[in-house]
Design a protein around this ligand. Structure first.
Ligand code: B12
Ligand code: SF4
Ligand code: SF4
Length: 235
């Protein structure tokens, strides 16, 4: 790995990143990536007990960690983008303030999961979540767009879910169709964001009084998440 790539990744890990990867974005339309050729994807993982705790309903603790990890991610991408700009490169941190929450159409111009698959961090599960080998789906994501000459990873273009249907069967909204993702498959062909949004709001209300759209049952049941609990316990 070249020095610049190593130093950017190391400073992200130093700031608390669980995973960091770099992807070639040039196959995507220039307008969605602000003409930047490279995307840096960063993930931070939830503690295992927080995800175990949402087996029945989302909890206040899950909500608190959701807010905390969002703030941590904003800090990591802001600081790393500043580091790149100080070296003379263009860099845009995709913070929540920058990209919004997709409130209108459940869509953002360049979703963090797209940058993540380009950066080789994982694949899109039947749940529509990014699934990683190391942490399963129990992560939150952010990203940076840049023109820095960083070394890019092999993108992931195929699902590794196989015949598993656990999230499809467990989703209380019936939002997950069970179709296997491949790189060209648009979200709404295998996942219904409106059903998810409605049910997640209701479950947040039942679980801790509401005010948020979080549920996370599809995170907790995923066998890749559960496998991560075993691996992390033996470290
Ligand atoms: C709008 C939104 C929602 C909406 C719509 C859900 C959705 N999947 O789009 C609602 C409110 C329903 C929702 C719910 C949840 N969300 Co949400 N949501 C977002 C948000 C703000 C935008 C997503 C977006 O633009 N979607 C548009 C569609 C088209 O893209 P996409 O679904 O992100 O993914 C597609 C592309 O990435 C594409 N793709 C992947 N690789 C490639 C490569 C190429 C070349 C191309 C062309 C396409 C492509 O494949 C995917 C499927 O089609 C993102 C944050 C962000 N800025 O990205 C978080 C995000 C997706 N949500 C997240 C989470 C965790 C949740 C919840 C679990 C809520 C909770 N905390 O309890 C649920 C889970 C729902 C689910 N099973 O997906 C995480 C996902 C983490 C992960 N492991 O993947 C994100 C990334 C937030 C974050 N900062 O971490 N969410
Ligand atoms: S967050 Fe809940 S409602 Fe939405 S897809 Fe996952 S399990 Fe279904
Ligand atoms: S629960 Fe199974 S089908 Fe769903 S994302 Fe995880 S591995 Fe894929």
């Amino acid at each position: 790995m070249d020095n610049l790539t190593e130093s950017i990744k190391n400073s992200m890990y130093h700031m608390g990143a669980s995973l960091a990867g770099i992807g070639d974005l040039t196959e995507l339309p220039p307008e969605v990536r602000h003409n930047m050729p490279v995307g840096i994807s960063v993930a931070v993982a939830y503690p295992e007990e927080v995800i175990r705790g949402i087996a029945d309903l989302p909890t206040k603790e899950y909500h608190n960690w959701y807010c905390k990890l969002n703030e941590e991610l904003d800090k990591i991408v802001t600081s790393s983008a500043e580091e790149l700009r100080a070296l003379g490169y263009a860099a845009i941190a995709q913070t929540r303030a920058q990209v919004g929450n997709g409130e209108l159409e459940n869509n953002t111009a360049l979703p963090h999961k797209t940058v993540a698959t380009r950066a080789g961090l994982g694949w899109i599960g039947k749940s529509a979540l990014l699934v990683t080998e190391r942490y399963g789906t129990m992560i939150r994501l952010s990203s940076i767009l840049t023109d820095a000459p960083l070394e890019t990873a092999e993108p992931v273009n195929q699902s590794r879910c196989g015949n598993c249907r656990i999230c499809t069967d467990a989703c209380p909204a019936g939002a997950i169709s069970g179709e296997l993702w491949t790189v060209g498959l648009y979200r709404d062909e295998f996942f219904d964001p409106l059903k998810c949004r409605k049910t997640a709001r209701e479950r947040a209300r039942q679980g801790f009084g509401g005010g948020s759209t979080i549920c996370g049952k599809c995170i907790e049941v995923c066998p890749y998440t559960r496998r991560a609990w075993k691996h992390l316990a033996t470290q």
